[in-house]
Design a binder for this molecule. Structure first.
Ligand code: SF4
Length: 342
């Protein structure tokens, strides 16, 4: 796959209503000309009949399935600590990270969904922004997906970036592990969008991520984004405290420093690894030979904001990781801001 086609679905399912929208119609015409399974379904939330003889195969097939749907009206969900609200432009992503945060919420068949009614979604966002003004409202575009691989099909990020450029009282941020950034580089973003990349040590990427660009490619894409004048940020996530983690994360920071332009002062969001009971069950079914560290005995149980508990590192491990990583970020990126450590 090239830099500008992060995702090539094998089958494309269209929610009937999506065909009433110009984007739905043009995607329908486009995919019908390609050698793929293309069909109409009743609702983007009910996808049945995907092939696969076990959960692992069904998961892979779901990740190769693009659903083109219409996002229903509804309140914007809260999105702490990264923003005020989620701005859902897509759901799921073609990557197959064993530790994906979506295993808990999207279950075992996370088909990749894009929404054709971006204009309507942004109109709803504008209403919320106006109601809350002059307070600033921050929207997160990656709470339910990695939106970048869908950009060549939907153009949703470009629309959102252009929309937020005109909003006095709002900002937009999203995060990606993908690299198809070129179509976003020349947009008039007016500094209102923060473009973040999710990174990890090469050991973690090679072991637990499948179908995502490797670290060096991500950092090269980040350098382009910085040169295009976007606010740049990094999520170091999930942070695993394995044998030798200190050295590995320091090397990661060093590679970041060496690849990024000298003037870059990115923000950092640091998220330690956590898992839920439901996520663990789904991971066991989807990746039966996964070596992810998911032992409840070695973790501390904590209630989360979405009503279910999660297993996080112990207080001592957590404090040590925060101390060490903050210190090293200060060494390699003295002007960088650490937005939070969780
Ligand atoms: Fe999940 Fe992000 Fe990996 Fe996609 S890239 S599978 S959203 S962790």
């Amino acid at each position: 796959m090239t830099n500008n086609t992060c995702f090539a679905p094998q089958r494309v399912l269209f929610e009937e209503r999506a065909l009433d929208y110009p984007l739905g119609r043009s995607l329908w015409e486009r995919f019908r000309k390609e050698d793929k399974e293309v069909r109409v379904i009743g609702s983007h939330n009910r996808v049945t009949g995907l092939p696969g003889k076990d959960p692992a195969e069904k998961f892979k097939e779901a990740k190769r399935t693009l659903v083109v749907g219409v996002k229903k009206d509804g309140e914007f969900a809260k999105c702490r600590p990264s923003a005020d609200f989620q701005l859902v432009l897509s759901t799921s992503c073609p990557g197959m990270c064993e530790y994906c945060y979506l295993h808990t919420t999207l279950g075992r068949q996370p088909v990749v969904r894009l929404y054709v009614n971006v204009e309507e979604i942004l109109e709803r966002a504008e209403k919320v922004i106006k109601e809350r003004a002059p307070e600033e409202t921050v929207f997160e575009g990656a709470a339910t997906s990695d939106p970048l691989p869908l950009e060549p099909y939907s153009g949703a990020l470009a629309q959102a970036i252009t929309f937020f450029a005109k909003q006095e009282h709002a900002r937009f941020r999203f995060v990606t592990k993908f690299t198809c950034v070129d179509s976003l580089l020349d947009l008039k973003h007016q500094g209102k969008t923060e473009f973040r990349f999710s990174v990890n040590t090469p050991e973690i990427i090679n072991r637990f991520e499948h179908g995502t660009p490797r670290l060096t490619a991500r950092l090269q894409a980040a350098a382009k984004v910085f040169q295009a004048g976007y606010k740049l940020g990094f999520l170091v996530a999930p942070i695993f405290l394995y044998d030798g983690w200190q050295k590995s994360y320091e090397e990661l920071l060093l590679e970041m420093k060496d690849t990024l332009p000298a003037k870059a002062a990115p923000s950092f969001e640091l998220i330690t690894h956590r898992f839920t009971a439901r996520g663990k069950q789904n991971i066991a079914a989807i990746f039966p030979s996964s070596e992810l560290p998911l032992s409840e005995e070695e973790r501390r149980f904590k209630y989360g904001q979405f009503g279910y508990g999660k297993y996080v590192y112990t207080k001592e491990q957590y404090q040590e990781a925060e101390r060490y990583l903050s210190e090293k970020i200060n060494v390699y990126f003295p002007s960088a801001e650490i937005l939070y450590f969780v």
